[in-house]
Design a binder for this molecule. Structure first.
Ligand SMILES: [Ca+2]
Ligand SMILES: [Ca+2]
Ligand SMILES: [Ca+2]
Length: 312
């Protein structure tokens, strides 16, 4: 027997059964599909959130509440958002549990904003919840990006998606001049416990024009406890002409057993492992690559050529 699928316009309530949200184009504070939660076999539509503003704003790709049972988020796009503080959740503002699944969402930071973006859930992912493969681009963010690939926290058997996160760049703007841009990037979640498993994420450091400051704090996975496991993550430091990643870059959870790697792209005079200067400083390892520097926090193993990739 075929299930009755009904497309439901944006509702302030819940989506249940086989209800499926419509595909919408939205401006200002908004949720893409449900103001409540999503249950059973409900699905979110593929929504587009656009347009800037001046105050703070919050966006939910699918549900402002949680996603439970077999609920599935749509593939949503957040772009052109230029509020003072923009908070966006790719799928659910709250928790995801059961066999719920996040969609593959796209986030782009706007000028003069702080971006707090969560690829899937603003709360905890538990049960067998699965994050989507989300893409974050900081763009010319004025003060900083706080990007989390999947959820605020992950527990039980939740699994993170394979996400791509690019920090914001420090370019001169009328609002901020050249004040520091601070990026904090988590490939999966701020806290991971139980049997949670991180995805294979790619993190790009943000850059700055000469005379400016950018800092990049990068977590391939997040803070692990219990039996939680990290994925195979790639950390990319890419200079763009006179715009560089600078020296205030830290990788908080670099792991050789997880096969993490560090990639330098178009860094002047850096073409191979032999061009790096590697030194230990207390419990950290400091990698100097030309004019750029990356510090591996709480890492004192020997680095080898296998830990690095080079382009340019
Ligand atoms: Ca949606
Ligand atoms: Ca997502
Ligand atoms: Ca992830």
């Amino acid at each position: 027997m075929a299930h009755m699928v009904t497309r439901i316009p944006i509702t302030p309530g819940d989506l249940t059964d086989h209800q499926w949200g419509t595909d919408d184009i939205l401006t200002g504070d908004a949720f893409g599909d449900a103001g409540g939660s999503m249950f059973e076999f409900s699905r979110g539509g593929n929504d587009t959130f656009t347009t800037g503003g001046s105050s703070d704003a919050t966006f939910y790709g699918d549900a402002a509440g949680g996603m439970f049972d077999f609920a599935q988020g749509g593939d949503d796009s957040f772009t052109g958002l230029s509020f003072s503080t923009t908070t966006a959740y790719g799928d659910a503002g709250g928790d995801m549990s059961g066999d719920s699944k996040g969609g593959n969402d796209f986030f782009t930071g706007g000028v003069s904003s702080v971006g707090n973006f969560y690829g899937d859930a603003g709360g905890n992912m538990s049960g067998h919840a699965q994050g989507g493969d989300d893409t974050f681009t900081g763009g010319d963010i004025d003060f900083g990006a706080h990007f989390v690939g999947d959820a605020k926290s992950m527990s039980e058997s939740a699994k993170g998606g394979n996400d791509t996160l690019t920090g914001g760049n420090n370019t001169f703007t009328l609002v901020n001049g050249l004040a520091p841009v601070n990026n904090i990037l988590f490939g999966d979640a701020e806290f991971m416990s139980g049997s949670a498993k991180g995805g294979d994420d790619t993190l790009f450091a943000g850059t700055t024009v000469p005379g400016g400051t950018v800092s990049n704090v990068m977590w391939g996975d997040g803070q692990l406890s219990g039996g939680a496991q990290g994925g195979k993550d790639l950390f990319v430091f890419k200079d763009n002409g006179s715009m560089t990643v600078g020296t205030i870059n830290t990788i908080e959870d670099f792991s050789q057993s997880q096969h993490d790697q560090i990639k330098f792209v178009d860094v002047a005079d850096v073409h191979s492992f032999n061009d790096l200067v590697i030194a230990q400083s207390a419990t950290d390892t400091v990698i100097t690559a030309g004019a750029d520097q990356v510090t591996l926090h709480n890492f004192t193993n020997s680095l080898t050529a296998n830990d690095f990739l080079f382009v340019g």
